[in-house]
Design a protein around this ligand. Structure first.
Ligand code: 3PG
Length: 390
């Protein structure tokens, strides 16, 4: 990757793509992790004498200038965190914005309006990309969370300007790429979440380098079913049984240990206040729904993590948004936090769990990508990153 260390920024205008797609409530940013994660790059560019034009999408306004999706609340938080004024541009492109860009002095920060106010953004329209590129002498991409999208601001502009990766993209790649190539071993991959269909590609990718794969969460029941276990009323994807079976066969052939739940916490109904019923076996009685892994499974996972030199975790182990079924996910989060291994957590739900339990600073790397980190771990080439290659 070309990184920002390789460029002289003095008196240059840097056009910087970040991922400020953050959660808002009542017009206030409720989680500014992604804004914080972009600050090292922005501060570096400013220290090196650049003026910066920052751009991001927020939500999915579908090509319409919908004020609900304005960057205004984000500009406010960005300015607070940066400790200096951030001017919110009047639009994304156009003569007024061009004038605002032209007026920038060294050290100034302008944030463009939501790039998705124009349908041309997601269409990766070359003319739109050129209009954006006109706002900078160089392009810096630090939007890891959006690197899986080949959009005008993440991929298109790289065709028109010298392009560099920011520190966040560099860090994400530094932690995640080795997992697919040469991880420190033993390497344990813990994959959860509700659907086999959305995680099968990541399982198939990681099985090439890991020693142990833990399969938890709702998708585990499909795997248990193909092994002949009864799963009661638990989630099952009939269409994915064959895929699950061939994955298990592949893991066996490669000598990769697969840990599936050996006990469960169940409920009679999928409700927060359903009574917790402990099932001390891999088999779930007919009337019950598996909603979390049981204590014996937790012990197996903790033991594997304790011996590991690298661990990646993507996806919760149970219905952790319900307090009585959060234990499996919580213990996995804690095991990673206590581990001396290189620990990487990616994917929206597991990151939410880490944050909910306040453990982020004890993890080697918490990815800012949801879909992007999943696609990265699947071994896919992310267009936003490819565009920055030397
Ligand atoms: C995300 O939050 O995963 C990224 O910002 C990408 O958003 P998108 O799924 O709307 O492209």
């Amino acid at each position: 990757l070309n990184t920002i260390r390789e460029c002289d920024f003095s008196n240059k205008k840097a056009l910087v793509r970040v991922d400020f797609n953050v959660p808002l409530k009542d017009g206030v940013v409720t989680d500014d992790t992604r804004i914080q994660a972009a600050l090292p790059t922005i501060n570096y560019l400013l220290e090196k004498g650049a003026s910066v034009v920052v751009m991001s999408h927020f939500g999915r306004p579908k090509g319409k200038k919908n004020p609900e999706f304005s960057m205004a609340p984000i500009a406010k938080r960005f300015s607070e965190l940066l400790g200096k004024p951030v001017v919110l541009a009047k639009d994304v492109i156009g003569s007024e914005v061009a004038a605002q860009v032209a007026a920038l002095n060294k050290g100034d920060v302008l944030l463009l309006e939501n790039v998705r106010f124009y349908a041309e953004e997601e269409a990766n329209d070359p003319e739109f990309a050129k209009s954006l590129a006109a706002f900078g002498d160089v392009y810096v991409n630090d939007a890891f969370g959006t690197a899986h999208r080949a959009h005008a601001s993440t991929e298109g502009v790289a065709h028109y300007l010298p392009s560099y990766a920011g520190f966040l993209i560099e860090k994400e790649v530094k932690f995640m790429a080795p997992l697919l190539e040469n991880p420190d071993k033993p390497f344990v991959a813990i994959i959860g979440g509700s659907k086999v269909s959305s995680k099968i590609s990541v399982l198939e990718s990681l099985v090439r380098t890991c020693n142990t794969i833990v399969i938890g969460g709702g998708m585990a029941y499909t795997f248990l079913a193909v092994q002949g276990h009864s799963i009661g009323k638990s989630l099952v994807e009939e269409d994915y049984k064959e895929t699950a079976a061939s994955f298990l066969a592949k893991a066996k052939e490669k000598g990769v240990q697969v840990i599936l739940p050996v006990d469960h916490l169940c409920g009679e109904e999928f409700k927060e206040d359903t009574a917790v019923i402990k099932v001390d076996s891999a088999d779930i009685p007919q009337n019950l729904i598996g909603m979390d892994i049981g204590p014996k499974t937790v012990e197996l996972i903790v033991a594997a993590v304790t011996k590991a030199k690298s661990v990646v975790w993507n996806g919760p182990m149970g219905v952790f948004e319900f307090n009585s079924f959060a234990n499996g996910t919580l213990t996995v989060a804690k095991a990673l936090a206590q581990s001396s291994a290189t620990t990487v957590v990616g994917g929206g739900d597991s990151v939410a769990a880490i944050n909910k339990f306040d453990l982020a600073d004890k993890i080697s790397h918490v990815s800012t990508g949801g879909g992007a980190s999943l696609e990265f771990l699947e071994g896919q080439v992310l267009p936003g990153i490819k565009a920055l290659e030397k």
